[in-house]
Design a protein around this ligand. Structure first.
Ligand code: NOJ
Ligand code: NOJ
Length: 515
């Protein structure tokens, strides 16, 4: 009974307040609005992270709800079996998303989640051996050509239909995933020789004396012998030499050289290191176009070269917490100006991006780096089901990769305690600092003690968040992510529950958490 008068009084007070308090001064409104919207983004990200892990695991055997009939270790690209049929294991999608699972395992090997992950990671490893040794339309194991086969049936047998093959990024990505599993495993066990899996658990992964039986070594052999040969791009459409492929190959060879040395395989270590250096010095520089002012995804291609594969190549082709400066890393001038050029193109290309910005998008101060739905590349005509004269759509995994690139730029600058600004990167830095009283000078290296440093870091984070807000906006009520969202109305399109969409989202959120 006491409640009624109380409520009335409280209501009265609120009413009076609402009419008597003058509106907040302008200068307060923004930070407040930002704090509120960040809060809602934070809580959404937290929920969506759990959903993404669950939905990703639904697509992975053993255990996944959507893959009851798949061979253990299979990661299907999507449960969609027609319109489009993505019920296959792509070596690329599987390696990329499994590497996120390895990260989750490495974080806490004794967690509840990890007890589910270990059988998956082991089954993935065993299955990759089988895929490597299959005779398939790309070739066979004898000369390693079969390792370039891009996709397999869910039961582990070769896919024999016509396809854009070979694709030479797969073995590099798989080697990287298995190397990180080996490392994570090693860190939690006093010795690899003394493991729960019995003696010499690592032997199938790397054995200097039995190259044919070493999964990682076979992939490294493939990469070291074929990096200079043309193949299909990550989007499976054009043949040539590609930035994404070259970047992940270079990283696989660098890390492979270190691994080989560790496993007392000095000849291989020297060979992988040599090939890494050749690739980095002879091939990689060709992807920078001074004329265009950005990187190009495929050499000698009629396309303009802007492509989300540039961001993915930087993200997957760079060691995460390395303090060494690596060529074309996510934080490099070349990658950041390419990011800007791609985001700008996509912003004007897709009608949904010019819709009045969501009120929860507090980033309107950056006209060029405001949250934008980003697709694969400007000339794309794949609409998720087939070729469309209307053109392509924004993709979840590409939009997430923009956010991750920006977060990793912060992460790196903070780790190395410096932010070098060069004239090549100026278009990006100018766009980032738009409407700020601070401007960055080319040729200067900013330190955390400089007042500019914090402002740049804060702006990079806000810009990254703006892209995650776009992902949030187009995610359905159950938190599901398909491949694309419609360029006109924003609704999800293409293969549903795309494993890679969840993986890329998780990578971006985890990069944000590390800050
Ligand atoms: C399916 C491929 O996976 C995709 O990358 C391509 O764009 C479409 N087919 C259209 O060719
Ligand atoms: C089409 C994409 O272009 C390609 O990169 C991917 O591997 C397959 N779909 C499967 O998700």
């Amino acid at each position: 009974m006491l409640l009624v008068p109380f409520v009335l009084v409280a209501y009265g007070v609120l009413y009076a307040l609402a009419y008597s308090i003058p509106p907040l001064p302008e200068s307060w409104q923004r930070p407040l609005q930002e704090a509120l919207s960040r809060d809602s983004l934070d809580s959404w990200l937290e929920r969506e992270e759990d959903i993404a892990i669950d939905r990703l695991l639904d697509n992975v055997a053993p255990g996944g709800r959507n893959v009851r009939d798949a061979a253990p270790g299979t990661v299907i690209a999507s449960p969609s079996r027609h319109h489009p049929n993505y019920y296959y294991q792509w070596v690329r999608d599987a390696a990329i998303t499994t590497s996120t699972l390895v990260d989750l395992y490495a974080e806490d090997p004794y967690s509840f989640l990890s007890s589910d992950l270990v059988p998956i990671l082991d089954a993935y490893t065993v299955l990759q051996y089988k895929l490597q040794h299959s005779n398939n339309p790309s070739g066979s194991f004898d000369d390693l050509s079969g390792l370039g086969e891009p996709k397999f049936e869910a039961d582990g047998s070769p896919f024999t239909g016509s396809w854009g093959r070979p694709q030479r990024d797969g073995p590099a990505l798989r080697a990287l995933t298995l190397i990180s599993y080996l490392k994570a495993y090693n860190e939690t066990h006093s010795s690899l020789w003394d493991s729960d899996f019995g003696d010499e658990w690592f032997r199938p992964l790397y054995d200097a004396d039995m190259p044919a039986d070493s999964i990682i070594k076979a992939d490294l052999e493939y990469v070291s012998h074929y990096w200079n040969a043309s193949g299909f791009d990550l989007w499976e459409e054009v043949e040539g030499l590609h930035f994404f492929t070259a970047m992940v190959q270079a990283r696989a060879l660098r890390e492979g050289a270190k691994l080989a040395a560790l496993f007392e395989d000095p000849g291989a270590a020297a060979w992988y290191a040599l090939q890494a250096r050749k690739l980095e010095e002879e091939l990689l520089p060709k992807f920078w176009s001074e004329r265009n002012g950005h990187l190009v995804e495929t050499l000698d291609s009629p396309r303009g070269g802007l492509d989300c594969g540039l961001l993915l190549g930087a993200l997957h082709g760079t060691e995460r917490n390395s303090t060494a400066t690596e060529r074309f890393a996510p934080y490099s001038d070349e990658v950041l100006v390419s990011l800007l050029a791609l985001a700008r193109d996509q912003r004007y290309r897709f009608p949904i991006n010019s819709a009045p910005s969501d009120s929860s998008n507090a980033e309107s101060e950056f006209s060029l780096l405001q949250g934008t739905g980003v697709g694969r590349y400007p000339e794309d005509v794949y609409d998720g089901y087939g070729t469309s004269p209307r053109g392509g759509n924004p993709w979840f995994l590409c939009t997430s990769s923009v956010a991750e690139t920006l977060f990793r730029t912060v992460e790196h600058a903070v780790a190395v305690e410096q932010l070098p600004i060069s004239s090549r990167g100026m278009p990006f830095w100018d766009a980032l600092m738009e409407n700020s009283s601070t401007s960055l000078e080319p040729g200067r290296t900013y330190k955390p003690t400089d007042p500019e440093f914090d402002e740049v870091m804060a702006r990079l984070r806000r810009a990254g968040d703006a892209f995650l807000v776009v992902v949030k906006k187009h995610t359905d009520a159950e938190g599901r992510l398909s491949e694309q969202f419609d360029r006109w109305n924003g609704y999800e399109r293409g293969a549903e529950d795309l494993t890679w969409s969840y993986g890329a989202f998780l990578q971006a959120v985890r990069a944000r958490q590390r800050l």
